[in-house]
Design a protein around this ligand. Structure first.
Ligand code: URP
Ligand code: ZN
Ligand code: ZN
Ligand code: ZN
Length: 484
């Protein structure tokens, strides 16, 4: 059974051209003029693009005394409705828990996914077992990315000695560390001070995490990665200071990638000063939303290539859950949603304004991250043989975002009232048409785990360079290099 996407314009990270695309057995079978198939999808007036990849989600995640409310079913349904065909979620071990046991829990949860998915492993504590498990995770479980939290002191945070040990181990294994870069010690201190001064509302969350805490931690992580000889992926980059550190490192030839979120690009800090407590608390996330200066920096980074990927950090809590923090902002569960809205919001505010080209849009929503994660071109490409994860994008389709119409399980949407122009007409997940002209036809459990090999080209090149420039003893005549 062949499906042909007819009369569209193919848009990839580097090309724009008119062609039909035929799909067979879940893969792209042919690209060219006048293709025939058993079934046709009309893409007249539309762009045929690689489906979005959101590399940063937290579905059904235990966090801050509760669980995030979107699970792998509702989360991936929301993603598909907005043109995202693959997500990567973070498997989070408890303190002292083996990485492999944590993965079992994530395997169970993800069995309900409507689209393909992969995992990053979080390093939430350090010890011999984590060191050993890492090898199995990389070599047998197909996971080559490991996240470290420099924030959330007393919970998920790791210290610099642990960070260096973990990064060094990942360098050996050909895997890539990721960081949540905020200085957790300073955040804890500022939070305590704010509370003592009677600053208990959600606005104090933003005051407790100024851009300096992010800039400092980003720069520190970059330097530690450089010393360990490993590339680095910085998640949810929200400010100029962090972007500056990444930009500088890249200019120096360091292998560092930065990931802004659609929320930070399009929503600003004024949200926290809303008189309605619920409104402000619903937008509490770390790092917090920033001002226009920071937003302009992020947009410039996407256009210039110093920032590489736009994600969501989808971690959705209901209003009821957010109210756990009434009277104490440090207890408001941190996180916001965005899976359904990332692509339409980025298109509207990026391509629709001229800040991004269509090809840059594809690069930052799909192709770049597929390369970084080492699953390109199976994912992130419109090429013969690639998985048929495709979005047929209608640039004329419009809507006003409203919680009442969304797929997410929560009772509000942080983008409520934003008007978007540019939405999926069809979303195909490995060839299956899950979104059909506004109709949701997702299939629970259809999604498969995407295993990702270590030693991606950048990891290989960097370890070759580090080996070449590693410290060596100077051989001196008459004096042995080792002690006597
Ligand atoms: O506030 C956030 N970002 N919540 C999700 C967990 C994380 O830090 O990524
Ligand atoms: Zn984080
Ligand atoms: Zn996150
Ligand atoms: Zn808007």
């Amino acid at each position: 059974m062949t499906t042909v996407i007819k009369n569209g314009t193919v848009v990839t990270a580097d090309l724009t051209y008119k062609a039909d695309v035929s799909v067979d057995g879940g893969k792209i079978a042919e690209i060219g003029p006048d293709l025939k198939g058993d079934k046709e999808l009309d893409a007249t007036g539309c762009y045929v693009m690689p489906g979005g990849i959101d590399p940063h989600t937290h579905l059904e995640m235990p966090f801050m005394g509760t669980y995030s409310s979107d699970d792998f079913e509702s989360g991936t349904r929301a993603g598909l409705a907005g043109g995202t065909t693959m997500i990567v979620d973070f498997a989070l071990p408890n303190q002292g828990e083996s990485l492999l046991d944590a993965l079992k829990r994530w395997d169970n949860k993800s069995a309900r996914a409507n689209c393909d998915y992969s995992f990053h492993m979080a390093v939430t504590w350090w010890g011999e077992q984590v060191f050993e498990d890492m090898k199995t995770v990389v070599q047998e479980r197909g996971i080559n990315t490991f996240k470290h939290f420099l924030a959330y002191k007393g919970a998920l945070m790791v210290n610099d000695d642990e960070l260096f040990a973990s990064f060094s181990r990942l360098a050996e294994l050909g895997a890539t560390p990721m960081v949540h870069a905020e200085n957790g010690d300073v955040v804890a201190e500022l939070s305590a001070r704010l509370l003592a001064e009677g600053n208990t509302g959600p606005e104090a969350h933003a005051y407790s995490r100024p851009s300096q805490v992010e800039g400092e931690a980003t720069n520190r992580a970059i330097m530690i990665a450089d010393m360990a000889g490993v590339p680095l992926y910085v998640v949810h980059v929200s400010c100029e200071e962090a972007h500056e550190a990444i930009r500088r490192a890249r200019m120096q030839g360091k292998r560092v990638w930065g990931e802004p979120l659609i929320q930070h690009l399009t929503l600003d800090e004024s949200e926290y000063f809303n008189k309605d407590w619920d409104h402000a608390a619903r937008r509490v996330m770390s790092p917090p939303f920033r001002n226009k200066k920071h937003q302009d920096s992020l947009w410039a980074g996407l256009a210039s290539g110093s920032l590489s990927v736009v994600a969501t950090d989808h971690c959705a809590f209901t209003t009821e859950q957010k109210r756990f923090g009434a009277g104490d902002f440090t207890r408001i569960p941190n996180g916001t949603g965005g899976l359904e809205d990332r692509m339409p919001m980025l298109w509207t505010h990026g391509v629709g304004t001229g800040r991004l080209t269509m090809n840059e849009f594809v690069a930052v929503t799909s192709t770049n991250i597929a390369k970084i994660l080492n699953c390109y071109p199976t994912k992130g490409a419109i090429l013969v043989g690639a998985d048929a994860d495709i979005v047929v994008w209608d640039p004329e389709k419009e809507k006003t975002i409203a919680a009442g119409d969304q797929q997410s399980a929560i009772d509000y949407n942080v983008f409520e009232g934003h008007h978007v122009k540019g939405l999926p007409r069809f979303t195909l997940t490995r060839g299956y048409v899950a979104i059909h002209d506004g109709e949701i036809r997702t299939r629970e459990g259809y999604g498969k785990f995407v295993a990702r090999e270590p030693n991606a080209p950048v990891n290989k090149a960097l370890s070759q360079w580090k080996a070449l420039t590693a410290p060596r003893p100077v051989i001196r005549r008459g004096i042995p290099a080792t002690g006597v």
